[in-house]
Design a protein around this ligand. Structure first.
Ligand SMILES: *[C@@H]1O[C@H](CO)[C@@H](O)[C@H](O)[C@H]1NC(C)=O
Ligand SMILES: *[C@@H]1O[C@H](CO)[C@@H](O)[C@H](O)[C@H]1NC(C)=O
Ligand SMILES: *[C@@H]1O[C@H](CO)[C@@H](O)[C@H](O)[C@H]1NC(C)=O
Ligand SMILES: *[C@@H]1O[C@H](CO)[C@@H](O)[C@H](O)[C@H]1NC(C)=O
Ligand SMILES: *[C@@H]1O[C@H](CO)[C@@H](O)[C@H](O)[C@H]1NC(C)=O
Ligand SMILES: *[C@@H]1O[C@H](CO)[C@@H](O)[C@H](O)[C@H]1NC(C)=O
Ligand SMILES: *[C@@H]1O[C@H](CO)[C@@H](O)[C@H](O)[C@H]1NC(C)=O
Ligand SMILES: *[C@@H]1O[C@H](CO)[C@@H](O)[C@H](O)[C@H]1NC(C)=O
Length: 397
């Protein structure tokens, strides 16, 4: 492919190892270790740097290099085993490592700041060496990383960490996540801890092992979902007051305990379904408003939402367990007072099967059922494959 377009010609003309041009408007493509050394002779390199796909040398930017004002990209390379720089502190654009099958060492111990860090398709990479506190976007997928040591972001807009079977711990000191955080199918027992996180937009956790979010107080313009986490025993969000979008807790087989002690408002659906071992929903003491469907199904022996005052969408509470007289004593009266706004209303315990909103309860006793037609018009039951997008759209009736 293309040769090193800038650094080498400059070297040849001037004849000095340190006369490489330190800026280029195009992308400089590195062909070997020597090209990397030429770039590393600059303190700041202005321009983007890419490593050619056929390079077999390990690549180290050793010299003066402190900043790359551009992107640094290593992609689709099947030979490079080591890549790094001991002096590089910042990359103003993207640092991307994608599909580098032999990469076993990624060492940027001084790197504090990048705009976007992408680590994808790195089946041999088990550890990282970074000192990263600032990145706007973080995307880590399909690696053999065992932890994220060296990445402790204080500021970030989005985090996507998925399909890294060996990551057993994800912990960061970030306070605000201004776009989204998605953690999905990493190690099934991964401990997730964001001790200082106060606000985030969309949060989506799939297959996590534990969750620590003591400071989280707001979900702005997005939803909070916990899915398919068989090893997760509890979800406690003690300081969370408002969720702008939906709250969805589905298909977590090991979940025994949830608590949202401060939550007052859910801006879209609140759905809790298919959490086989969750027997109590008594952990929403302050919940007042649900702006779409309130949809609780499971084997509950206790359900309590004492402050509930408004549900804009469908109301569905179905339990295989005996939920006592809570339908007659609490939810039926709310319904009569017009606080549960939609016609579709199901509140039943002791069912053979408890289903999500839109399905007809099987052989219930007690409670009442205004849902004469069974399945609500135009309503499809969301499937596991639907993300939060689907859920928000589907149940907003
Ligand atoms: C890591 O970054 C911090 C500042 O964020 C700095 O104090 C520390 O010296 C850095 N460590 C290394 C090895 O560069
Ligand atoms: C998660 O943390 C717990 C408690 O500190 C620990 O016992 C467990 O081994 C951790 N899980 C993993 C997968 O490392
Ligand atoms: C986090 O976001 C909130 C608004 O949601 C803002 O008030 C606060 O200053 C932000 N904190 C930081 C550390 O950026
Ligand atoms: C919870 O919120 C209160 C009130 O905003 C605050 O004082 C407290 O520090 C928060 N707790 C944590 C663990 O962040
Ligand atoms: C849930 O956790 C809370 C707080 O740790 C505890 O008080 C409560 O007993 C737990 N409930 C169940 C059913 O384990
Ligand atoms: C509901 O949970 C109770 C207590 O764990 C259990 O005995 C019962 O078999 C469960 N019922 C169903 C239908 O799963
Ligand atoms: C609950 O589990 C059943 C059976 O596996 C599945 O058909 C249904 O889609 C699940 N519901 C949700 C909300 O994921
Ligand atoms: C949050 O997720 C919803 C649905 O997936 C999407 O429409 C919205 O744009 C997301 N918001 C942010 C800030 O990422």
């Amino acid at each position: 492919m293309s040769l090193l377009r800038v650094a080498l010609p400059a070297l040849a003309v001037v004849g000095s190892a340190y006369a490489a041009s330190c800026s280029t408007s195009a992308t400089t493509t590195i062909q070997n270790g020597g090209d990397a050394s030429a770039i590393a002779s600059c303190t700041t390199y202005s321009g983007s740097v890419a490593v050619a796909t056929g390079v077999v040398d390990d690549i180290a930017f050793e010299g003066n290099l402190k900043a790359i004002d551009g992107d640094l990209v290593l992609e689709s390379n099947s030979d490079i085993k080591r890549f790094g720089s001991s002096s590089l502190r910042s990359v103003s654009g993207k640092l991307t490592l994608n599909d580098v099958s032999q990469l076993a060492a990624l060492s940027f111990p001084a790197l504090n700041e990048v705009a976007e860090l992408t680590l994808k398709g790195l089946p041999n990479l088990r550890t990282l060496e970074f000192n990263l506190t600032k990145a706007d976007k973080l995307d880590i997928e399909n690696t053999k990383l065992q932890n994220l040591d060296g990445i402790d972001l204080e500021e970030v807009s989005s985090i996507f960490i998925a399909n890294n079977d060996d990551i057993t711990s994800i912990e960061m000191q970030v306070t605000n996540i201004t776009e989204f955080i998605t953690l999905s199918f990493n190690n099934a027992e991964v401990n997730v801890s964001f001790p200082k996180l106060e606000s985030a937009n969309n949060i989506s956790f799939r297959a996590i092992g534990s969750l620590n979010i003591p400071s989280l107080s707001k979900i702005n313009s997005g939803s909070f979902g916990v899915f398919e986490s068989d090893n997760l025993e509890s979800v406690f969000a003690p300081n969370l007051t408002k969720i702008d979008g939906a709250l969805v807790i589905d298909n977590n087989k090991g979940l025994k305990n949830i608590s949202f002690a401060s939550l007052t408002d859910v801006g879209a659906n609140l759905q809790i379904a298919n959490n086989t071992n969750l027997h109590q929903i008594d952990s929403f003491p302050k919940l007042e408003n649900v702006q779409a469907a309130l949809d609780l199904s499971g084997n509950f022996s206790k359900v309590e939402t004492p402050s509930l005052d408004f549900v804009k969408g469908v109301f569905n509470l179905q339990s295989t367990g005996d939920i006592g007289s809570v339908c007659a004593d609490f939810y039926d009266p709310l319904k009569s007072k017009g606080k549960l706004q939609k016609g579709k209303y199901v509140c039943k315990g002791k069912l053979e099967e408890a289903s999500t909103a839109g399905s007809t309860p099987k052989s219930g006793s007690g409670g009442s059922d205004d849902d004469k037609k069974g399945v609500a018009v135009g309503m499809t039951v969301p499937s596991i494959s639907l993300g939060l997008v689907g859920l928000v759209a589907v149940l907003l009736l």
